[in-house]
Design a protein around this ligand. Structure first.
Ligand SMILES: [Zn+2]
Length: 295
């Protein structure tokens, strides 16, 4: 079973996680059993008129009615919905249709099937964090499918709602919910790099984080600094205090690497992506070309 009718209700006062994380929802334990899933998975909640948004099941609950799904106020706002509404819960997270649809979420994997050198990720491509999927593809082309595997999701929704409808934070992305990601989740890549977009000031237009050794992250910073030289934009290493520093072992960019400690997360302001997106990707490709075995 992949779909079930549910009733979306307000988070209870004690569900602090739901009130703080608009992408999170709670499900009744009987519903989890019926669906055959555990917490951690992503689901679609489909509003009868507003359409779908993605959520992470962050909590198992015992409800009087097993059909109750709870989300916080911010979570309901993602669907432009009020306190409670009927919805369809769907385990099918990416669309099965072709890329380029005007509204939806498409998952794509470009994989030679055996590459273990580098996973290149754009989890939030399309309208979610524009430009990032093109950067990932460029790195894949430069390094070739024998050295690099590219995984991307492209989400689109009218009215600049792509982010609201499709964004799932990188630490929550569950390969069991993304069939193509599932194919490479145990590959054990030597390195992984993820391209992201974020609201960053120009003086910190690019932030390089992740659990990779500092030498790797510093090499990426230096390469991007060359690209940005002469502009008003800047790049720096992410610090512990940066919220987007990519240092969570659960972050998909770290999880895909063989020891879980060689992921690099690149956060970029819109200006950086618009003005230097391809050049930044070229610089990143050059760094990894030096780290991976020659072709
Ligand atoms: Zn992102």
């Amino acid at each position: 079973m992949t779909t079930v009718d549910v009733r979306v209700a307000k988070a209870r006062w004690e569900q602090v996680d739901l009130r703080q994380h608009c992408e999170h929802c709670s499900l009744d334990s009987r519903l989890l059993d019926r669906l055959g899933i555990c917490p951690g998975r992503q689901v679609r909640l489909v509003h009868p008129t507003a359409g779908p948004a993605l959520y992470t099941v962050s909590e198992e609950r015992h409800e009087t009615d097993p059909g109750i799904v709870r989300v916080g106020r911010g979570g309901r706002a993602r669907l432009e919905a009020g306190d409670g509404f009927s919805a369809v819960l769907d385990l099918q997270v990416p669309d099965l249709g072709p890329a380029g649809a005007p509204a939806g979420l498409v998952e794509r994997l470009d994989d030679g099937g055996a590459a273990t050198g580098l996973a290149v990720l754009a989890p939030h491509g399309g309208g979610i964090e524009p430009g990032t999927e093109a950067q990932a593809e460029l790195v894949g082309r430069r390094l070739g499918s024998d050295r690099a595997t590219v995984w991307q999701c492209r989400g689109w929704w009218p009215g600049r709602l792509s982010f609201d409808r499709w964004h799932i934070t990188s630490s929550d992305i569950d390969p069991r919910s993304f069939p193509r990601l599932r194919l490479i989740r145990d590959r054990g890549f030597a390195h992984a790099v993820a391209f992201h977009g974020a609201s960053l000031p120009d003086e910190g237009a690019v932030l390089v984080g992740g659990l990779a050794p500092e030498a790797v992250r510093t090499a990426v910073v230096a390469a991007v600094a060359d690209v940005l030289a002469g502009s008003t934009l800047d790049v720096r290493l992410a610090q512990d205090t940066d919220g987007l520093n990519g240092d969570d072992p659960a972050n998909i960019v770290n999880r895909l690497t063989v020891e879980g400690r060689t992921g690099v997360q690149i956060e970029q302001s819109l200006a950086a992506r618009e003005q230097f997106g391809p050049a930044i990707a070229e610089a990143v490709a050059a760094v990894y070309a030096g780290l991976l075995r020659p072709r």
